[in-house]
Design a binder for this molecule. Structure first.
Ligand code: HSE
Length: 338
């Protein structure tokens, strides 16, 4: 399977490490031989080689700066590479713009139209245009996969789509943003907001512009993706109420704790007949509730079904290898033989 990487930031670097590490396992278990033919990154440079790019060399080069001194330079930008490349699947991992979904959405439309499978961890295009992109993928007989957009490699979307197949889901509720959960957890220890936000950025949990996390927009994008993917609606982020954590002080957190409660930024969706309602906002959760014990950057989601009652999945929601892994899951689903 020939892969094209659009964006070579943390997520795709994590994916590259996994591809190097798991090369033999992928061949043995899934008959999957992965060759990266192109890398296009706005800042780090672009490479193209139909015979395959040396991933170890590319990782080493970006550790020391960029790709610009390596062989197989490609002169064009990302749209040019997508238009010209001979590839089976595109990995779209440019920066997330939750308001416009660009430039990622244009990249995805172009790749699907050229009959490439697409996987993305980019929430913008999926929150804003999922029904359209799914239709375009179907028309071109390829897959559009996006496991990494919601709680990274912790397999929430696959769990719902495959493992809970046949269940009627009435509610989805949980901690969908690692950065804010980490901040609230640390603030409970008495640390000031600014200090823990900075630490969350250093640890690589926060988005490039951390407003996206602390104002609740990242969780909002995720509930929009879940609404459209799970409930089959065509809703936009602005149809949900959204409040972040910026108004919560250390004193509020201590007061809640004294009353046996803990603040969590909760995203929730409920299906009533054909209508889906949802919101993102801080809630004081009883300490005995399963979501109250989920601390740090960990995410957790409870799915309410007619078959099993409540099913809760807990796992990492952010990180280099974790999100890289989500992309690997999609690549295996698109090209592996099981
Ligand atoms: N900034 C996001 C989070 C990354 O903190 O959850 C994963 O979407």
């Amino acid at each position: 399977m020939r892969l094209l990487f659009i964006g070579f930031g943390t997520v795709v670097q994590g994916l590259s490490e996994l591809i190097i590490q798991k090369q033999e396992q992928l061949k043995a278990e899934y008959d999957l031989d992965l060759t990266v033919v192109g890398i296009s990154d706005m800042f780090k440079g672009s490479l193209y080689s139909p015979n395959g790019i040396d991933l170890k060399q590319a990782l080493e080069a970006v550790r020391n700066g960029d790709l610009k001194s390596l062989p197989n330079q490609f002169a064009g930008d990302a749209p040019a590479m997508i238009a010209e490349a001979d590839a089976d699947m595109m990995v779209e991992a440019t920066y997330t713009d939750i308001k416009t979904g660009e430039p990622a959405t244009s990249h995805i439309r172009a790749a699907l139209s050229r009959k490439m499978h697409v996987t993305t961890s980019n929430k913008g295009p999926v929150a804003l245009f999922l029904p359209e992109l799914k239709k375009l993928a179907d028309e071109n007989d390829v897959k559009f996969l996006y496991e990494g957009t919601v709680i990274s490699g912790t397999p929430l979307l696959n769990l719902i789509r495959e493992t809970l197949a046949g269940s009627h889901i009435s509610q989805i509720k949980g901690i969908l943003n690692g950065t804010t959960n980490y901040i609230l957890s640390e603030m409970e220890e008495g640390k000031p907001y600014e200090e823990v936000l900075k630490k969350a950025q250093e640890l690589g949990y926060a988005e490039a512009v951390p407003d996206v996390d602390v104002l609740g927009w990242d969780a909002l994008a995720k509930i929009t993706i879940l609404a459209n993917a799970v409930f089959g609606v065509n809703m936009k982020p602005d149809e949900f109420a959204c409040e972040g954590i910026t108004n919560i002080s250390n004193e509020d957190i201590a007061r809640a704790k004294a009353e046996g409660k803990r603040y969590k930024l909760i995203g929730s969706l409920k299906r009533d007949d054909d209508k889906v309602v949802g919101r993102v906002g801080p809630e004081q959760i009883d300490l005995s509730h399963p979501l109250a014990g989920v601390m740090g950057a960990t995410n957790a989601v409870t799915i309410t079904t007619d078959t099993l009652g409540d099913v809760t999945i807990v796992g990492p929601g952010a990180g280099r290898i974790e999100t890289g892994f989500s992309i690997l899951i999609d690549i295996i689903h698109a090209g592996g033989k099981r």
